[in-house]
Ligand binder design. Structure first.
Ligand code: NAP
Ligand code: GLV
Length: 310
């Protein structure tokens, strides 16, 4: 069995070693632009270059080394529809998301961001406390990662809400679906956490209209994709005070350009797309298990619905 591997960072050796450990029967072929590659059974990619499409069109399945598949699905029209695209499910990312989002929610609820600024200015001044009943946390997307985030927040006693495409049920979480549910969901969410896949339906979902529906003094945490937020609208609403602050891990252009106005806005906290990193060993283990199942004709989890885009 032969696997075609593409790594934009060129760091392929550790992946080859992990595949040798967890799928020793596989030969790993590294994709290089302009070179003739041997025919492969499977491909393992994250954001493949367009030049790789001919090789991606002849494999039995394409494995994506992340939860989101937008960087591959932008080429969906060029990929034969019978080739399954299989994403990572959790693979060590869910607990990282839980850490990141819990930290951010507690930072705003306990006003640590304001105390950090006060400390830098040498100011000793207790601030009024926020009340939990005014601090509902709304999670857009209740999939693998959103569900884990909600479970992590539950013990703190925040009112919890979620919005998804299909009906859900989770003890202690008020659930909303569809366009009608979105309006009510937004109006009651003091903290809005985005955990959606990027699809034509969710692009720009946090635009001026929708962010204006959040209660005054709301907080935004975006750990999904930069294109979920209309960036100029967020700046306008932060400057007006309607949005109190935002923590952003993802951006339309990454790395965030040096001239981007977000860098100058103290109420925006920026991290470099690290909220849930792909863990190589866990990822290779999951992909190896799924390849074995595919070879055995069994069903695998994480198959992307190309029509829905996630
Ligand atoms: P997932 O399991 O597929 O969950 C996606 C959720 O979004 C589901 O609940 C789905 O609803 C909901 N959804 C999709 N389209 C919708 C729509 N049009 N309206 C309402 N709800 C919609 O995905 P996941 O594994 O949790 O990952 C979520 C995203 O996190 C990824 O796509 C990726 O963009 C992002 N991510 C970011 C990082 C990072 O480091 N920043 C790391 C990993 C992942 P249903 O349940 O009803 O289908
Ligand atoms: C990272 O952004 C992922 O989608 O896994």
């Amino acid at each position: 069995m032969r696997i075609l591997l593409h790594r934009a960072d060129g760091k392929t050796e550790p992946w080859i070693k992990d595949f040798a450990k967890y799928l020793p029967e596989a030969e790993i072929e590294i994709w290089h632009a302009g070179e003739k590659n041997q025919a492969c059974d499977y491909a393992v990619v994250w954001a493949p270059p367009e030049a790789m499409l001919p090789e991606l069109s002849t494999v039995k399945a394409i494995f994506v080394t992340g939860a989101g598949v937008d960087a591959l699905l932008k080429f969906s029209d060029a990929l034969p529809p019978h080739i399954p695209i299989i994403r990572l499910e959790d693979a060590g990312m869910a607990v990282q998301m839980a850490e990141y989002v819990t930290h951010s929610v507690l930072r705003y609820f306990r006003r640590f961001d304001e105390y950090e600024a006060q400390a830098r200015a040498g100011t000793w001044a207790p601030l009024p406390q926020h009340h939990k009943e005014d601090f509902a946390v709304g999670v857009l997307g209740m999939g693998v990662l959103g569900t884990r985030v909600l479970a992590a927040l539950a013990p703190f006693g925040f009112p919890l809400r979620s919005w998804s495409r299909t009906e859900k049920s989770m003890p202690g979480v008020q659930t909303f679906t569809g366009a009608d549910g979105l309006d009510t969901f937004l109006r009651g969410s003091r903290v809005l956490v985005c955990m959606l896949p990027l699809t034509p339906d969710t692009s720009n979902i946090m635009d001026r209209t929708n962010m204006s529906k959040l209660p005054a003094g709301a907080y935004i945490i975006n750990v999904a994709r930069g294109a979920h937020i209309a960036e100029p609208d967020l700046l306008t609403l932060i400057k007006s005070g309607h949005i109190a602050a935002a923590t952003l891990d993802v951006f339309r252009n990454e790395p965030l350009p040096a001239q981007h106005p977000f860098w100058q806005e103290p109420r925006i906290t920026i991290t470099p797309h690290i909220s849930a990193l792909t863990l190589r060993r866990e990822s290779v283990q999951q992909i190896a298990a799924n390849i074995r199942k595919t070879e055995a004709g069994e069903q695998v989890a994480g198959v992307v619905n190309r029509t829905l885009g996630y």
